[in-house]
Design a protein around this ligand. Structure first.
Ligand code: BGC
Length: 765
């Protein structure tokens, strides 16, 4: 039996000691050398089987009592015999779970300690790397703080807040004993049919990249660092059919222009790991695509971290994609393509076959060394060799109050007021929102009374549907409305998603416009993620549209509040709603945030991070091409979103009254452009305004987009005040991927647009 490796001081990304570890007292290059020496010394002691085991990740159910299936309700008691078989005999180096459900911190500690004790008893003693999907707070720890899903976080346009929220997530995940998070999603959402639209930071590569960097830094550089995973590299979000894990066709120029930049930015920010797209791009499953996984990822983007597959994706090379004849051929393909760790996660064959392939000479041992070096480095960076991967003391588990404020603030900042035009007969002197007066408020709609619909998928469980894992004490929308407006003002009509005409009649016959000030109708979607969220149509459900029509027909002013992860088209009923609020999936604090916005206790500041289509078959993004602006040769309008990217109102309108170039109107590549923007708050309340700046390339050798998001800034403009804001744009950012797919900056005339204000300047070589 070999002796376990020596215990070293492992630090996260060379800077911060975790899990009670020591601070580095050496220069970072010396520390880096020490890490290399340590990793090499461990690697030198490993057998081929040890290495194959390190490259294997299994699901928690595989070491628990009962069936191996992750669909088990309770895969939560460790099975000693299975632990020995998996961790000691097969030397499996990583465990995850997305099946099962949220556990209390104490139960996590029991699970993780049991797994790490088994790891310590194997010959190498290398601790297990446990990974989890904590995608909007510590989703698998019961009682943890659940904030908005990524699409809502993006709507805040507040990267500092998003970074803080990620720090807090890391605190709870790490306190549960878990050092590795499968987050953030850096897929760029270009198609609302795709069922993981809500898991993204929206449609603009720059916003996705900025939010991604903030999240990575929050996870990795906060007080309790955990490792981030960028996913799903790359092209996952744009399948031709709109359905999860179906083929995408993305020319390399578009890949580089739209889908790679967020990954590039987050890699530069030091992201520890990346998860691969389960789908295929241009006919090649990404798990078998060395061009994407090596040439682009390692050579072009300089990624040095660890590359993990998504769920079962090596097996799927022969089971689903049909590019390999059997499991062994699939393994050869994926390893050749550059995979470091296989999320197997429900068979015991992978490590056995991988070792066999090395003995047969089909995969070289040095290729295994490459991956195992990355895995050991990550374990070292996370301090696992020092702590044995054991969870920190439960006594240090954070107080919920200490980490909940940011989630509540993020929910508030995300809520986006998209329309506020109507009035109610009882109070004709004021707009429909905020809801003033003292009249009765009818609250109805299928998302009005559910914490699950506020949270969405990946909450307590994978699909987020089970009420028993909800955070106790957090209000649903109607409960928060009662709290905010007084229970006696709220008339609640409960509906589930399958309500029909009889339910609608019941409601309209019991409420009329004389006795009802307004109806707040909670529209939207049930929870889903991945393939269960595939849809045939993104039009809003017929019954929800009928409900709005009926209430409008009864003369009751309608305020629509949409709780859901993707924009559903509803052009037919949009004019029938006096106000419309997008709440996204705001999490446990979402109900209070919605109520605060509806009452006016909070002046809304959210801005839409995507384009809301008017017609289901005519979806375009804000950075459409000029030819997409016209629908036919007569020149009629082809770009008619229902709500535009960046859109959002407040209760005190801030107008952009002028923009002025502070730099000369002729600049050279490398120069910075500065623009002075004048804002005027025309109302009576202080408003947070997000100034959004687009560039417009007037003529380019590759057809330019109409607008490209280049900069944004948030400022608070006091009531009645005029304010000047300086926005900077680097000319280095004005390029695009040219005919040879290389980044090119072409001289010529460029425009800067902020709302309706546009100015031009000349860019010289
Ligand atoms: C999802 C990933 C997730 C993984 C592990 C997969 O089904 O696509 O986003 O990280 O499961 O739970």
């Amino acid at each position: 039996m070999r002796t376990p490796p020596p215990i070293f001081c492992g630090t996260l990304f060379g800077t911060i000691a975790i899990l009670g570890g020591c601070q580095p007292d050496v220069s970072s290059s010396f520390a880096a050398d020490r890490k290399v020496q340590f990793v090499d010394s461990v690697l030198g002691t490993l057998s081929v089987e040890d290495k194959a085991g390190e490259m294997t990740q299994l699901t928690l159910g595989m070491v628990c009592v009962g069936e191996k299936s992750d669909k088990l309700e309770e895969p939560h008691r460790l099975d000693t015999a299975k632990l020995k078989q998996v961790i000691v005999d097969l030397k499996v180096g990583s465990i995850l779970n997305c099946g099962g459900h949220a556990y209390a911190p104490a139960q996590w500690h029991e699970l993780i300690s049991g797994i790490q004790a088994a790891a310590a008893s194997k010959a190498t003693g290398i601790p297990v790397l446990y990974g989890i999907d904590a995608i909007h707070g510590a989703t698998y720890t019961s009682g943890a703080v659940m904030g908005p899903q990524q699409i809502g976080l993006a709507a805040t346009w507040d990267t500092a807040l998003v970074r803080k929220f990620a720090e807090n997530t890391a605190i709870e995940v790490q306190a549960s004993g878990i050092p590795w998070n499968f987050s953030p999603v850096l897929d760029v959402a270009r198609d609302p049919r795709w069922p993981r639209f809500w898991e993204t930071f929206g449609e603009a590569p720059k916003l996705v990249g900025d939010m991604g960097v903030a999240t990575v830094k929050g996870y990795q550089e906060g007080p309790s660092p955990i490792a981030a995973t960028l996913k799903h590299y790359v092209g996952y979000s744009r399948p031709l059919s709109g359905k999860d894990r179906t083929p995408a066709w993305i020319p390399e120029r578009q890949l580089r222009q739209i889908f790679l930049p967020p990954f590039a930015a987050a890699i530069d920010a030091g992201a520890a790991s990346i998860m691969v797209n389960s789908g295929e791009v241009n006919g090649i499953p990404v798990h078998a695509d060395g061009h994407i996984l090596k040439d682009i990822l390692r050579d072009d983007l300089g990624f040095k971290g660890m590359l993990v597959t998504d769920w079962e994706d090596i097996r799927f090379l022969f089971k689903r994609h049909m590019v390999a004849a059997d499991y062994k051929e699939a393994i050869v393909m994926a390893i050749d393509a550059g995979i470091d760790m296989s999320m197997v996660p429900t068979d015991l064959e992978f490590p056995v076959l991988l070792a066999e392939l090395v003995r047969e000479g089909r995969i070289s041992e040095s290729r295994l060394d490459e991956s195992v070096r990355r895995i050991l480095s990550m374990k070292y960076d996370l301090g696992l060799f020092e702590s044995g991967g054991m969870p920190p003391s439960l006594e240090t588990y954070p107080n919920r109050e200490d980490v909940s404020g940011t989630a509540a603030r993020a929910a508030l900042e995300s809520i986006t007021l998209l329309k506020n035009e109507g009035q109610h007969a009882l109070y004709p002197e004021q707009p429909i929102l905020p809801i003033g007066g003292t009249g009765r408020i009818l609250v109805t709609g299928p998302t009005a009374n559910s914490l699950n619909y506020l949270n969405g998928g990946w909450t307590g469980t994978w699909q987020g549907k089970k009420t028993k894992y909800n955070t106790p004490g957090m209000p649903t929308a109607v409960e928060a409305m009662r709290e905010e407006f007084g229970a006696d003002r709220i008339a609640f009509e409960s509906l589930d998603f399958n309500f029909g005409d009889r339910d609608i009649k019941r409601i309209t016959s019991s409420h009329d416009s004389r006795s009802t000030q307004c109806a707040v109708v909670f529209l939207g979607e049930e929870t889903y993620t991945e393939t269960p969220g595939n849809v045939e149509d993104i039009e809003l459900f017929d019954n929800q549209q009928s409900l709005v029509k009926a209430l409008h027909g009864a003369g009751i002013p309608v305020i629509g509040v949409y709780i859901g992860g993707r924009p559903r088209t509803h052009a037919g009923i949009e004019p029938l709603m006096d106000a419309f609020v997008m709440a996204y999936l705001p999490g446990d604090f979402g109900a209070q945030a919605i109520a605060d916005v509806l009452s006016g206790a909070f002046n809304p500041s959210g801005r839409l991070p995507f384009t809301w289509p008017r017609f289901a078959s005519a979806h375009l993004t804000y950075d459409r091409k000029h030819t997409e602006n016209i629908s036919d040769t007569s020149g009629s309008e082809g770009f008619q979103p229902l709500y535009t990217f960046g859109g959002g109102l407040s209760y005190s309108n801030v107008a952009t009254t002028g923009i002025e170039l502070l730099s000369p109107d002729t600049v050279s590549v490398g120069d910075q452009i500065s623009v002075k923007v004048t804002l005027e708050n025309q109302g009576t309340r202080s408003s947070t305004e997000t100034v959004i700046l687009y560039s417009q390339d007037r003529v380019a050798s590759i057809t330019p987009a109409v607008d490209e998001l280049r900069a944004y800034k948030q400022v608070v403009v006091p009531a009645g005040a005029t304010m000047e804001v300086i926005m900077d744009v680097s000319t280095e950012d004005l390029g695009f991927f040219g005919r040879n797919n290389e980044y090119t900056i072409e001289p010529g005339t460029f425009g800067i647009r902020i709302k309706g204000e546009i100015l031009d300047f000349e860019l010289l070589q």
